[in-house]
Design a protein around this ligand. Structure first.
Ligand code: NAP
Length: 289
């Protein structure tokens, strides 16, 4: 049981972690640091935290585990503020959607990386944000990726793993660069496509009419365009290299598809759609209920 968990940046992801650990009886006390007092007041009212402060030093005092759950662009500054308060036996992890940038931020802020630092990324979430959207079962049967560093102690990795397992999640380990490449393709690219598609349609003259006639397919494809713009601004800049590589590849494929439509190339169209349907059906069979 964790004596005190401190969450810095209390929103959907950090709030859901607090609720899940409380429900599992895996934490005694949860504190949080937020920029806005309203966030803390709301979290107290919802029973997500036991105490909160807008002062980081006050919030982390007595912490056994510190979880940084702000957008990734804010993490270097958070790590800098945290540095003087980090004790040798404190566990430090984060939930950021990119890992190379978070590790680089930690290196900048701490100099030598703390042995208690184990970066992480829950593969769970919704398009909602803020602490009011937090739910206790967000991580149930979901995957959590940890990217332990050479400097991370075995004990720290085991304890961060145990924290997520207490939330009902399956924990897997991966290298930092590999994480960023895989997530660029599976998460970051689809978010860019959803934002771009909705924005293109919204700027068309007849956008009202287009949205009026949009049906289930449009809703499925574009749900993630309701995600937090600030969060996605940070993610696409933080994982720029890996994201640009898949974006360019996708742009080439889209150009070929455009050309096939122009030329009425039935073979290309049928082959592409059939291949994609096969891949999607296999994915759905394996991962969906
Ligand atoms: P969120 O609901 O918007 O919560 C983030 C919280 O951080 C906010 O409530 C905000 O509280 C605080 N914050 C925002 N900007 C900040 C800044 N510049 N400096 C300090 N604090 C700031 O976001 P979330 O969905 O929980 O995401 C949090 C992290 O988890 C992000 O790094 C994201 O990449 C990662 N993640 C998200 C998902 C997802 O699906 N949403 C999934 C996996 C990982 P105050 O305004 O009160 O300070």
């Amino acid at each position: 049981v964790i004596r005190q968990l401190t969450i810095i940046g209390l929103g959907l992801i950090g709030g859901s972690l607090a609720l899940a650990l409380k429900r599992a009886g895996a934490v005694e006390r949860v504190t949080a640091c937020a920029r806005r007092q309203e966030t803390l007041d709301e979290a107290l009212k919802l029973g997500v935290i036991d105490a909160g402060s807008t002062d980081l030093a006050e919030a982390v005092s007595g912490a056994e585990v510190v979880v940084v759950a702000t957008p990734v662009g804010a993490m270097e500054s958070i790590f800098r503020q945290l540095a003087p308060h980090l004790t040798a036996d404190m566990l430090l992890t984060d939930v950021g959607s990119t890992k190379g940038s978070v590790v680089a931020a930690a290196r900048q802020a701490f100099g030598e990386l703390p042995t208690g630092f184990v970066p992480g990324h829950p593969i769970a979430g919704t398009e909602d944000s803020g602490v009011a959207a937090a739910v206790a079962d967000l991580y149930q049967h979901r995957r959590i990726i940890l990217t332990p560093l050479e400097t991370s102690s075995h004990e720290a990795v085991a304890r961060v793993r145990a924290m997520w397992e207490a939330c009902g999640a399956e924990v897997i380990e991966m290298g930092v660069a590999h994480h960023d490449e895989v997530l660029a393709a599976t998460s970051h690219l689809p978010h860019m496509l959803a934002y771009a598609l909705v924005d293109t349609l919204a700027r068309m003259g007849e956008s009202e009419e287009i949205f009026e006639f949009a049906a289930g397919g449009f809703r499925d494809f574009t749900r993630i365009a309701s995600s937090s713009p600030a969060m996605w601004h940070d993610i696409c800049l933080a994982n720029r290299g890996a994201l640009l590589a898949v974006l360019r590849r996708f742009a080439d494929d889209l150009a070929q598809l455009t050309q096939a439509i122009e030329q009425g190339d039935s073979d290309y169209l049928l082959q592409t759609f059939t291949r994609a349907k096969g891949a999607r059906d296999r994915f759905a069979e394996k991962f969906e209920d």
